[in-house]
Design a protein around this ligand. Structure first.
Ligand SMILES: Nc1ncnc2c1ncn2[C@@H]1O[C@H](COP(=O)(O)OP(=O)(O)O)[C@@H](O)[C@H]1O
Ligand SMILES: [Mg+2]
Length: 327
C-alpha cells in the first residue's frame, strides 16, 4: 500500500499537472511494493506508468486536451487562447527551415524517450523574420500537430495595460506554462527585447526583459515557449543563448513563390502560368502578401463571372501589393 505521503504527492502533482512528478511517485510506490515482495503488482504499476507516458506523448491517443478557459487562472486576461489549425505541411517553407520545425515536432512527440535518457527536448524557441512569413502560422501548426492549445501573450499590451504590475503578470504566464502543457507564443517579443533604449518606460521594460530571461531559464514542464519578432537583428544577442533553437523565417525564394501560388490556385481554372513575369511581380513580397494577391485575382474571376485567372490579373494583383507596400 502507498503511504499517506505518497498519496498526498500523487494528488498534488495531479492538481498541478506535473506529470513527471506524478510518474516519479507512482514508480516509488512500485519500488516499495517490489521490496515487500509484491513483484506482480510492482510490475503492473511500472507497465501502467509506461503506457500512460506513451499516451501522453502521442496526441492522437489523447482524449480531450485541456479546455481553453480552465488552465490559465489569473493569467487569463493576458493569455489569449487562439484556435489552431493546419499542419506544418500546409505551410510552404524553405527545406532547411522545414527540417528544423520537423525536428521540434519529432522531439516533442518523443518526450518520454528523451527524458528517460536525461536529455532535454527543444522547448524554448525564438522565431525571427519579416512579417507575413509564417511565424504565427508555424506556432499554430506546431500546436495543432502536437494536439496542444495555443496561447498568445501580447507583450506590448502587457506593458501598456499593466504598467507597474507587468512583472507579476509575466510570472503568472510562466506559472501557467509550467502547469498547463500548451504552446505559449510571446508575439512582438521585440517590445521588450530591444538593445536600443527607448525613452519611455525603459526601467519597466528592462525589468520585464530581465524577469523573462530568469523565467525562461527556470522553465520546467513540457510546454513550448516561443518568442517571435519581426526584428531579430535588433535583439540583444545575449538573448539568443537562452533559447534551445533559433528559427529564422524569410521571404519566399523563387521556388517557394511558385509553390505557394500553385497551392493557392490549385482549385481554380487558370491560364498556363508564365512564371518569369509572376516571379518578377512577386519579388520581395511576403507569403502573406502573395496569398492576398492570389485571393484578389480569384475574387476578380468570381465577381465578373470570368472563365479563369489570367497571368495579367495575377501580375496586376501582385504589383498592386508591391506598390501598396512601398508607400
Ligand atoms: N510559409 C508560409 N506558407 C504558407 N502560407 C503562409 C506562410 N507564411 C505566411 N503565410 C500566410 O500568411 C498569413 C500570415 O502569416 P503569419 O504566420 O501571421 O506571419 P508572421 O507571424 O510571420 O507575421 C498566414 O496565415 C498564411 O495564410
Ligand atoms: Mg505573427
Amino acid at each position: 500500500m502507498p503511504t499517506a505521503n505518497q498519496i498526498k504527492s500523487l494528488l498534488q502533482s495531479h492538481t498541478n499537472g506535473d506529470d513527471e512528478r506524478f510518474y516519479a511517485v507512482a514508480l516509488q510506490v512500485a519500488a516499495d511494493e517490489a521490496r515487500r515482495g509484491h513483484q506482480k503488482l510492482a510490475e503492473e504499476l511500472r507497465e501502467l506508468v509506461k503506457s500512460s507516458r506513451r499516451k501522453l506523448d502521442d496526441p492522437s491517443q489523447k482524449g480531450n486536451v485541456i479546455s481553453f478557459s480552465a488552465p490559465v487562472g489569473e493569467a487569463a486576461d493576458i493569455l489569449e487562447p487562439v484556435s489552431t489549425h493546419g499542419k506544418v505541411s500546409d505551410l510552404v517553407l524553405a527545406k532547411s527551415l522545414e527540417e528544423r520545425i520537423r525536428r521540434i515536432v519529432h522531439e516533442q512527440k518523443n518526450l518520454s524517450k528523451i527524458k528517460e535518457n536525461n536529455l532535454r527536448p527543444r522547448q524554448k524557441l525564438l522565431f525571427t523574420g519579416p512579417p507575413g512569413c509564417g511565424k504565427t502560422a508555424t506556432a499554430s501548426a506546431l500546436a495543432a500537430e502536437l494536439g496542444l492549445p495555443l496561447f498568445v501573450v501580447r507583450l506590448d499590451s502587457l506593458l501598456s495595460r499593466y504598467l507597474g504590475e507587468s512583472l507579476a503578470k509575466l510570472r503568472l504566464v510562466f506559472e501557467a506554462a509550467e502547469t498547463t502543457r500548451a504552446v505559449y507564443l510571446f508575439d512582438e517579443f521585440d517590445s521588450i527585447g530591444f538593445t536600443r533604449e527607448t525613452p519611455n518606460d525603459v526601467g519597466e521594460m528592462r525589468r520585464v526583459l530581465n524577469a523573462f530571461l530568469v523565467f525562461i531559464e527556470r522553465l520546467r514542464g513540457n510546454s513550448i515557449v516561443i518568442a517571435a519578432t519581426n526584428y531579430g537583428e535588433r535583439l540583444d544577442k545575449a538573448l539568443f543563448r537562452r533559447f534551445d533553437d533559433l528559427v529564422e523565417f524569410g521571404l519566399p525564394a523563387s521556388a517557394q513563390t511558385r509553390e505557394i501560388i500553385k497551392r493557392l490556385l490549385r482549385n481554380v481554372d487558370k491560364e498556363r502560368l508564365s512564371w518569369n513575369r509572376i516571379e518578377q511581380a512577386a519579388q520581395d513580397l511576403s507569403y502573406a502578401e502573395i496569398t492576398r494577391a492570389c485571393e484578389e485575382a480569384i475574387k476578380e474571376v468570381v465577381i465578373h463571372d470570368r472563365q479563369k485567372v489570367t497571368n495579367e490579373a495575377l501580375v496586376a494583383a501582385l504589383t498592386e501589393r508591391r506598390i501598396y507596400l512601398n508607400h
